[in-house]
Ligand binder design. Structure first.
Ligand code: DOR
Ligand code: ZN
Length: 344
């Protein structure tokens, strides 16, 4: 197959950042995605309805002329989030809340320390027909970084899903066979996003032959056996799994540092790379479900009606992207060939 046309996809997890960066990140996503779930981990984080509405407006203003791209907003949960905050976020257009365990990842310092006290908020989300999006890693320093997702399932995920039976939960950017199995066997209303990097790479790609900071993200890439399970999971076509790039730009300086930031900026190549993975798996017929229909169906939103076409054509991801202020970003897969291309 040299060409594939699918319903226009959405990105169910990404980081646009803020300010001038929006002029880079919003067009990069709007080139191929109709909608995106926008992560709220700004500095300071998006914790109120007012902040949701203002951030949404800044994103809309950064759209290219004529673009009908729609940001789907989220509120950032803290120990202080109240039921009223959830109602205000809903009124401001938020469709979901994002839960970061405090300290789990980039800009998560204001995240949740005590999950136990958040149950009224989880109930309120279910009542408001909003989803709970979870960064599923424990933050206990004595737990090995490669085991933190599995620990989170055992310590927290099982409980959250069982104690709030009507809450829709998305286990974000899963990285392990444990998470894939958990989602598959969980009650209805539990799903997961999977990033391109966790399908394409494993931990050797961060550490073998030198440290590769541009492949460093959180949750960290796992061993190859986990990667294989994630690949088999998307190839199965299960509607519990859908596209979430976790595209997350950091400046070149901040990635190539003595203490480098976590995140892969994949917006310019993600859809093409997912297509490449599905082709490698002999599962191109499952791409549309993963990229375009499982997500809106799970969120209870309408499917897009436009289409996009990808053609089999090799191109090379640029080594870097220069922002207007001169800052450089090294995109995911920089300098590497991609074998599918979005048809203009
Ligand atoms: O790699 C990551 N980068 N994982 C996250 O959870 C956050 C993200 C970011 O905001 O940079
Ligand atoms: Zn993320």
């Amino acid at each position: 197959m040299n060409e594939i046309t699918i319903v226009k996809p959405d990105d169910w997890h990404l980081h646009f950042r803020d300010g001038d960066m929006l002029l880079e990140t919003v067009p990069a996503t709007a080139r191929c995605f109709a909608r995106a779930i926008v992560m709220p981990n700004l500095v300071p984080p998006v914790t109120t309805g007012k902040l949701v509405a203002e951030y949404r407006q800044r994103i809309l203003s950064a759209r290219p002329d004529g673009s009908s791209f729609l940001p789907l907003m989220t509120i950032y949960l803290t120990d202080k989030t109240s039921v009223e905050d959830i109602k205000a976020a809903k009124a401001a257009g938020a469709v979901a809340a994002k839960m970061y365990p405090a300290g789990a990842t980039t800009n998560s310092d204001s995240g949740v320390n005590s999950l136990e006290s958040l149950y009224p908020v989880f109930e309120a989300l279910a009542e408001e027909n909003m989803l709970l999006l979870i960064h599923g890693e424990v933050t206990q320093k004595h737990i090995d970084i490669f085991d933190r997702e599995k620990e989170f399932i055992d310590q927290h995920m099982v409980k959250i899903v069982e104690r709030v039976p009507h809450l829709k939960v998305v286990f974000e950017h899963i990285t392990t066979s444990d998470a894939a199995e958990f989602v598959l066997s969980a009650r209805e209303g539990v799903a997961a996003t999977i990033t391109p990097q966790h399908l394409l790479l494993n931990r050797n790609d961060v550490l073998d032959g030198g440290i590769r900071p541009h492949n460093y993200c959180l949750p960290i890439l796992k061993r190859q056996s986990h990667q294989e399970v994630l690949r088999a999971t998307v190839a199965s076509g299960s509607n519990r799994f859908f596209l979430g790039t976790d595209s997350a730009p950091h400046s070149k300086d901040k990635k190539e540092s003595g203490c480098g930031c976590a995140g892969c900026y994949s917006a310019w190549s993600a859809l093409e790379l997912y297509t490449q993975v599905f082709e490698e798996l002999g599962a191109l017929d499952k791409l549309e479900g993963f990229a375009s229909t499982h997500g809106p169906d799970f969120y209870g939103l309408s499917r897009n009606t436009d289409t996009v076409t990808l053609v089999k054509e090799t191109w090379t991801v640029p080594e870097s992207i220069k922002l207007p202020d001169g800052e450089l970003i090294v995109p995911f897969f920089a300098g590497k060939e991609v074998h599918w291309k979005l048809k203009a």
